[in-house]
Design a protein around this ligand. Structure first.
Ligand code: NAP
Length: 470
């Protein structure tokens, strides 16, 4: 599939195969662009600014709604492609499509709500006699750099609000799973003037880096790992940056919790998309008194997962993005076992598949829980009381989301207030998000928020206009 730049299909002398991680087959080939092509996309996006900014909010909104309809019509085709390139079960791909449609719809609605406000300058020492108001203006060109795990919805979370507030966009999709996003860009391009939406495939270290350092790009909206995010924040210069980075989300299960509910939360939270979820449950912190019962029930439910062809509707556990990624998870679990943790179920790898794995007696000095383990692993850390649970939950460089299971409102509120994370859910796992909520982590999990309204705030600049009426 070619890139889309200034409304034209653009190829490259260099190409990369996109591999289906389930069977190793080549699904398609994409161009590996270099700096010159990224530069062309930047020029085209800049040239298209005027045509978009001249459009009324009414028209922008309607056009986005038209794309909503097109995406709905093509829902199954997009979901199939997503499963092929990511290895996620088709059931989950269909959910990603439904969420993508919802995200786009929210942006179409938000396009009509780009408000400023009146500002009482006379509240300041020398402001008597002024009338002042603000406007929220587009930044110009927004570059969206996105990861492989939810390529479509996470890209829409950037480009839809960007267009809603009249920015042109350049998408740098993940090299391992670029196809769904590239196909979606074609739908947008049918509605909007050439150059409003551009795609540049190629390696992040080259074309991604070029977009990040360019002075003609006005905003970087990045989702991906902490390592890449840190690099971007150091190189971006005087442009706005939003960083949605990794997570190491805790699930705290206190002794009065509804254990069945918490177990369900882990099944969804730790094994969804084969554990490759930023807000996945990555550390299960359980009060010792109930830990045996909890672990036993978790094993029973984990063993019910059905591993298989991602295109099969019965499959509930797909592959990881690659064999390399699965090997990395295998090694991390192996190291934890060497240090004294015990596998209760799972623990085996087959190509890009890794079994859903429950591992008990994990301690906080193990790499498995110090770093973000991006695979279907549920590590149980036993603690003695709520104080220790909160201390362990916060013992990480990350702070994306958290879940707390308890029937005690005082403990629920303590955990909610003391756990350092962008979101804390009570009696729900961290792996939950609605596409309108403010989403974004504390600590090294990121800078800035997404969730359409909040993304729009980050993708506009505020101008104050003051009239001296005296
Ligand atoms: P990644 O390796 O950081 O890659 C993300 C994107 O950045 C890819 O498009 C990549 O391109 C590009 N990139 C790589 N190096 C770059 C550079 N030097 N400059 C600019 N761009 C560069 O992350 P990933 O492995 O795809 O995704 C997994 C990570 O994303 C996990 O840590 C996960 O928790 C996090 N994540 C966070 C959220 C959130 O909302 N907080 C959501 C989903 C995932 P290439 O593909 O060409 O390398």
């Amino acid at each position: 599939m070619d890139m889309l730049i200034g409304g034209k299909h653009v190829s490259s002398e260099d190409n990369e195969n996109v591999i289906n991680p389930y069977n190793g087959e080549v699904i398609d080939t994409v161009p590996i662009a270099h700096r010159q092509t990224a530069d062309l996309a930047i020029q085209e996006a800049n040239n298209a600014k005027e045509s978009l900014q001249e459009m009324s909010a009414f028209k922008v909104s309607n056009k986005l709604f038209n794309v909503v309809e097109k995406l709905k019509e093509n829902r199954e085709d997009f979901a199939r492609l997503l499963s092929l390139e990511v290895g996620k079960p088709i059931k989950e791909s269909l959910v990603e499509l439904d969420r993508s449609i919802e995200t786009l719809k929210l942006a179409a609605e938000e396009a009509k709500r780009i408000y400023g406000e009146s500002v009482p300058l006379d509240a300041g020492l020398n402001g008597k006699g002024f009338f002042a108001f603000t406007q929220r203006l587009p930044l110009g060109v927004v570059a969206a750099i996105t990861p492989f795990n939810y390529p479509l919805n996470l890209t829409i979370h950037k480009i839809a609000p960007a267009i809603a507030c009249k920015n042109t966009v350049i998408i740098k999709p993940p090299t391992e799973a670029p196809l769904t996003v590239m196909k979606f860009a074609e739908l947008l391009d049918e509605e909007f003037p050439d150059g409003v939406v551009n795609t540049v495939t190629g390696y992040g270290s080259e074309v991604g880096d070029y977009l990040v350092t360019s002075t003609e790009v006005n905003k970087i909206s990045f989702t991906g790992s902490v390592t890449t995010g840190m690099m971007i924040s150091q190189k971006a210069g005087m442009k706005k940056v939003t960083l949605e980075l990794g997570g190491n989300d805790p699930m705290v299960v206190l002794k009065d919790a509804d254990i069945d509910k918490a177990v369900k939360g882990v099944i969804n939270g730790a094994f969804l998309n084969a554990g490759q979820v930023c807000m996945g449950v990555k550390r299960i912190i359980v009060e010792d008194e109930i830990a045996d019962e909890f672990a036993q029930k978790l094993v029973v439910e984990t063993e019910k997962l059905v591993r298989g062809n991602p295109l099969d509707l019965k499959t509930t556990l797909g592959t990881l993005i690659s064999q390399k990624a699965a090997k990395q998870v295998e090694e991390t679990v192996h190291n934890a076992v060497e240090s004294g943790a015990q596998i209760l179920t799972g623990g085996a790898r087959d190509g890009a598949f890794y079994e859903a794995t429950v591992i008990d007696n994990v301690t906080t000095d193990m790499d498995l829980v110090i770093n973000e383990t991006f695979g279907p692993v549920a590590p149980i850390i036993r603690v003695n009381n709520v104080d220790e649970a909160i201390q362990v939950a916060n013992d990480t460089e990350y702070g994306l989301q958290a879940g707390v299971f308890t029937a005690d409102y005082a403990n629920a509120m303590r955990c909610a207030q003391e756990i350092e994370a962008g979101t804390v859910f009570i009696n729900k796992q961290s792996t939950f998000r609605t596409d309108n909520m403010p989403f974004g982590g504390f600590k090294n999990s990121g800078v800035g928020k997404e969730g359409i309204k909040y993304a729009v705030e980050e993708m506009t600049k505020t101008k104050l206009i003051g009239l001296n009426l005296r």
